[in-house]
Design a protein around this ligand. Structure first.
Ligand code: NDP
Length: 279
């Protein structure tokens, strides 16, 4: 029996165990997937002793996607460029790190029939998920990316990093305030929320349906619970096409499953199990 899992804090609401266990059972793979809620000291202890553990692979979520890097033997090119690892696979006594969030984001956009090529994007956030989105948008040939974040310094750092990687994209950074949001929306084909604002129903990002109505961009909120955040509701009212984070979650999980098992992931079953768990 192989053991997989997820490291994070807090982890109470993770949907990954249900999704992966359904996939293992469906393909007759003898494996389990466990949540490991670890504080920072606990995470360091486990990370130092990975080779002694029984883990065949694991996922990482907030706040450990960057913290895992020094403990890995090898990091895939994309994960190194993004600067975050969300999937680790054991190879004997070695541990290799991957980033499947960017593929999850790219595949979710593709499924929604949104093509990034030549498009202008307003991206809110500068954490690990935002970096995966920028990488995917860069690979997809976006023309311009406007970054806004609560702490502007984080957005500036991210902009400098990716401008070096994607020279053909125009990166701009503005404060996350109404005036700049309104300006940026004038020329945005896609709006992405990669902040954690929206996880609570009362959370507001400051983007109203009035502001979105003018150009009606495609609006993608990476949050999947609640399924319709304040932003997605405003976007729907404005007549925009919208997408929540569920399909990204399925696709990033499916890629992780394939890295671990070498088998094709049962995508529809994984999606159904997530929907069932979400109720
Ligand atoms: P991080 O902790 O790395 O980043 C959090 C981001 O949210 C930062 O930009 C931070 O800004 C911002 N933020 C946090 N609190 C506030 C606040 N009160 N007001 C304004 N901005 C705030 O998390 P991740 O990047 O990993 O995740 C971000 C979101 O994306 C989460 O909601 C997560 O659930 C979702 N996600 C979804 C996935 C999917 O598969 N659908 C995959 C990965 C993530 P600052 O830099 O100023 O602190």
């Amino acid at each position: 029996m192989k053991i997989y899992g997820i490291f994070g804090f807090p982890l109470k609401h993770t949907l990954s165990p249900a999704m992966h266990e359904a996939a293992f059972a469906n393909l007759g793979i003898e494996a389990g997937y466990l949540p490991f809620e670890l504080d920072r000291a606990g995470f360091r202890r486990v990370a130092r002793q990975l080779a002694k553990s029984l883990l065949a692979g694991f996922n990482l979520t907030v706040p450990y996607k960057e913290a895992i890097l020094p403990y890995l033997d090898k990091v895939a090119k994309e994960a190194a460029m993004i600067g975050a690892v969300n999937t680790v696979c054991r190879k004997g006594r070695k541990f290799w790190g991957y980033n499947t969030d960017w593929e999850g984001f790219a595949l979710a956009l593709r499924e929604a029939r949104f093509r990034a090529r030549g498009k202008s994007v307003l991206l809110l956030g500068a954490g690990g998920a935002a970096r995966a989105c920028v990488y995917a948008l860069g690979q997809g040939g976006a023309r311009r990316i406007v970054l806004m974040n609560r702490h502007q310094a984080n957005a500036r750092k991210m902009s400098r990093h990716f401008q070096g990687l994607f020279r053909g994209i125009r990166f701009e950074v503005f404060p996350m305030r109404k005036f700049f949001l309104t300006q940026a929306l004038r020329d945005s084909d896609l709006v992405v929320n990669a902040t954690s604002v929206g996880l609570k129903r009362e959370d507001r990002l400051g983007l109203t349906s009035g502001m979105l109505r003018r150009r009606r961009p495609f609006v993608f909120d990476l949050i999947y619970n609640p399924p319709e955040t304040g932003l997605l509701k405003a976007a729907r009212k404005a007549g925009c096409r919208t997408l929540n984070g569920l399909s990204m979650l399925v696709y990033q999980g499916a890629r992780a499953f394939e890295i671990w098992t070498g088998r094709k992931a049962p995508l529809n079953l994984m999606r159904r199990s997530l929907k069932r768990t979400l109720g």
